[in-house]
Design a protein around this ligand. Structure first.
Ligand code: NAD
Ligand code: UGA
Length: 455
């Protein structure tokens, strides 16, 4: 029985290893983290992250072939294969601040692996990293003449939060990059063998290390580019009375364009899109490719513009002032089916509204705990209320910022009755029935659509 170790028990490490444990009963999997609270929660009834379908898989495998621990050193010694799934946020200091990846957590794990290894290991990059990071990892790991062979592979993760279990169960592809040397290919085959327990062979792509590392950044760049592209068109739609949903459908039926990821919105959020594009922008600048860097940086600029535009439209339509007006924010998570709020567009939108001296009441089925942390400097201007009906009471406006399914079927007659008039709805996710809301009496503003106003 082979021992797999994963360093980093976060949104990627936890679900990915739970899936491997479920599909590969012939492997023992241990996930370690320096965050004791997180490890304790993985072993409890309330997991540290909300992810549909995850709990039954953890319940099935926990303490059978899936283990969580804070003993990083001891588990490194025992492991044959080590996945590294630590966070790689945008650097906030020094050279490359605001763009480059902060590799301090990554480098620390490399040094720990070196320190505690007594036998040969395969080290797998699961985190998203700048292209050629494996080279740095190899340099650290091979800096001692200790007779231990470390083979570094790249195996980026493509799961999206909220659909992690579906994505892991039936991935579009699994990508594995390794050296073309004999030991490199042997290690690649070891990893292929794990995924082959449930993924069809034609979906397991093997490439050279650098293509694999770069493909992860490029995938996120292309995905977020689609959102920024359609969001620019939403601005044009609002100016011309075209309807962005109709435009998305019309272009998405072209099989060369495809229909997915063309939902105009308040902007993309999440811990990865912005970080990974900026990481790629920094890499382009490093290699002197300034025009390429500028091209991709625009995806992030448009995302910021889209959030700003949403707030500007709110203020303008509410008679150019929101001072002391109560605004009920429905949804704070960066997308539905997660409690994660990292880089959520709701953070910037709420901050801008607070700067305008609005008073906010924030509702979300899963993200209130994180919202309180994100907005800790503004708590005296904000209330938190999990019940959307209570949140709407005496509000001048509702702003839908996350596409939670339950917001589609609220009793909007009841909500209209308890709001201050004229009542406004700003649908930042285009999930509501706008004509029906207008008929109830709301003034309705949706992304990329003509306004429906009684005023
Ligand atoms: P996360 O912050 O949820 O988890 C990372 C964990 O690593 C944390 O719990 C942290 O305590 C732990 N850690 C840091 N240094 C450590 C060390 N030295 N030893 C042990 N544990 C340590 O991050 P995440 O969202 O799981 O992302 C991890 C990586 O995967 C990132 O590179 C990210 O870009 C990439 N990724 C994320 C997603 C996603 O949807 N969140 C999807 C694909 C790829
Ligand atoms: C994204 C990618 O989809 C994953 O493949 C990748 O593994 C992951 O980043 C990562 O590297 O971390 P994630 O950020 O979890 O996954 O969620 P997405 O579904 O991609 O949504 C990101 C943001 O874009 C959300 O705020 C979402 O609401 C927004 N979005 C998405 C839109 O505004 N419009 C769309 O059409 C799609």
């Amino acid at each position: 029985m082979k021992n797999i170790l994963c360093i980093g028990a976060g949104y990627v490490g936890g679900p990915t290893m739970a899936m491997i444990a479920k599909k590969c009963p012939d492997y023992t999997i241990t996930v370690v983290d320096i965050n004791e609270d997180r490890i304790q929660k993985w072993q409890s009834d309330s997991l540290p992250i909300y992810e549909p379908g995850l709990k039954p898989i953890v319940d099935d495998t926990l303490n059978k072939n899936l283990f969580f621990s804070t003993d990083v050193a001891g588990n490194i010694t025992k492991a044959d294969i080590i996945f590294v799934s630590v966070n790689t946020p945008t650097k906030t200091f020094g050279k490359g601040a605001g763009k480059a990846a902060d590799l301090q957590y990554w480098e620390k794990t490399a040094r720990q692996i070196l320190l505690h290894s007594k036998t040969n290991k395969i080290v797998v990059e699961k985190s998203t990293l700048p292209v050629r990071t494996a080279e740095a990892m190899e340099r650290i790991l091979n800096s001692h003449d200790n007779g231990i062979h470390f083979e570094v592979l790249s195996n980026p993760e493509f799961l999206a939060e909220g659909t992690a279990i579906r994505d892991l169960t039936d991935p579009d592809r699994v990508l594995i990059g390794g050296h073309s040397t004999e030991s490199g290919q042997k290690a690649v085959n070891e990893l292929v063998k794990i995924y082959a327990h449930w993924v069809q062979p034609e979906k397991i792509l093997t490439t050279n290390l650098w293509s694999s590392e770069l493909s992860k950044l490029v995938a996120n760049a292309f995905l977020s580019q689609r959102i920024s592209s359609i969001n620019t068109i939403s601005a044009l739609c609002e100016a011309t009375e075209a309807d962005v949903e109709e435009v998305s459908k019309a272009i998405g039926t072209d099989s060369r364009i495809g229909s997915k990821f063309l939902n105009a919105s308040v902007g993309f959020g999440g811990s990865c899109f912005q970080k990974d594009i900026l990481n790629m922008v920094y890499l382009c600048e490093y290699y002197g490719l300034n025009e390429v860097a500028t091209y991709w940086e625009q995806v992030v600029s448009i995302n910021n513009y889209q959030k700003q535009r949403f707030v500007t439209r709110m203020i303008k339509s509410m008679f150019n002032t929101v001072v002391d007006k109560k605004i009920a924010v429905l949804g704070f998570a960066f997308k539905a089916d997660t409690g994660d709020t990292r880089e959520s567009p709701a953070i910037d939108i709420c901050k801008q509204l607070l700067e305008e001296r609005a008073s906010l009441i924030i509702s979300d089925p899963k993200a209130i705990r994180n919202a309180k942390i994100d907005l800790e400097l503004y708590l005296d201007q904000i209330e938190f209320e999990p019940d959307p009906y209570a949140a709407a009471a005496d509000a001048h406006a509702l702003a839908v910022l996350t596409e939670w399914e339950e917001y589609k079927s609220l009793d909007y007659d009841r909500i209209f009755d308890v709001m201050i008039k004229p009542a406004f709805i700003f649908d930042g996710r285009n999930i509501l029935d706008h004509q029906r809301l207008f008929d109830i009496g709301f003034n309705v503003y949706a992304i990329g659509k003509p306004e429906l106003s009684h005023l």
